[in-house]
Design a protein. Structure first.
Length: 242
């Protein structure tokens, strides 16, 4: 394969991966607390680079990363809807250990446990599932303290991580932390009751990026076709000379 065709084909593959990320972001623009995935581009440099071959460096997506920036917060009026203003995550009890989420669309289970949107129990600061009485109004303070009838019934566990790379997405809206990373209490973060955080993957932004990536893909596709045509003509010309 000639260098131009190889470079264009590698670029097409990278843009296909970008399209997958964009499609997932656009599908979750209405998912509360969703954090958009982004890509980090780099060049693959093979051993041939020692010979200064043009085909030795290929454009690739080196890794993807998650944009943890704050989404817009809107009021809902539901006392079990919670939004974090600032860094940090709600802690929920996953099947294999704690999970972390920004989606504060909680509800009550029949046994009184406060449950996240994906069905995992909200965890309190003492490590147990948070349980409240369905028959009484609930008040949740800015630090996550849960009160009913003037008495404190628990406090939501809110975790923060100094290194965002310690978090890996699990499903659409949960994160699992590296076992070596220890969660800490966030500084300056407050819990808003009767509110939800929106996805930070904007529909308009996603549509614009989708068009741009599609155009890039089309240009590289044309480059591949041009490279094939040039190779075909070169072979035909050699045959004529012979």
């Amino acid at each position: 394969m000639d260098p131009m065709t190889a470079l264009a084909a590698s670029g097409m593959r990278a843009r296909m991966e970008s399209l997958d990320l964009l499609a997932n972001n656009i599908a979750n623009t209405s998912t509360g607390g969703y954090k958009a995935d982004r890509e980090f581009y780099s060049l693959y440099v093979g051993p041939e680079a020692m010979d200064d071959e043009a085909s030795a460096a290929m454009p690739v997506i080196e890794r993807q990363w998650t944009d943890l920036s704050q989404g817009a917060v809107h009021p809902t009026g539901n006392p079990l809807d919670l939004a974090l203003s600032g860094s940090g995550f709600f802690t929920v009890q996953g099947p294999n250990g704690p999970l972390y989420t920004r989606n504060g669309n909680f509800h009550l289970a029949s046994d009184g446990r406060l449950m996240a949107a994906d069905g995992y129990p909200a965890q309190s600061v003492n490590g147990t599932a948070l349980t409240i009485a369905a028959s009484q109004p609930v008040e949740i303070l800015g630090d996550g303290t849960v009160q009913q009838g003037g008495a404190t019934v628990g406090q939501l566990a809110i975790a923060n991580f100094a290194d965002p790379a310690a978090l890996v997405k699990q499903g659409a809206n949960d994160f699992v932390a590296d076992p070596a990373a220890k969660p800490t209490a966030p500084s300056g973060t407050s819990v808003g009751q009767g509110q939800l955080e929106d996805s930070n993957a904007g529909t308009a932004e996603g549509a614009v990026r989708l068009v741009a990536v599609m155009r890039q893909f089309e240009m590289m596709q044309k480059a591949v076709m041009l490279g094939n045509d040039m190779s075909k003509q070169a072979i035909e010309q050699v045959a004529k000379v012979g």
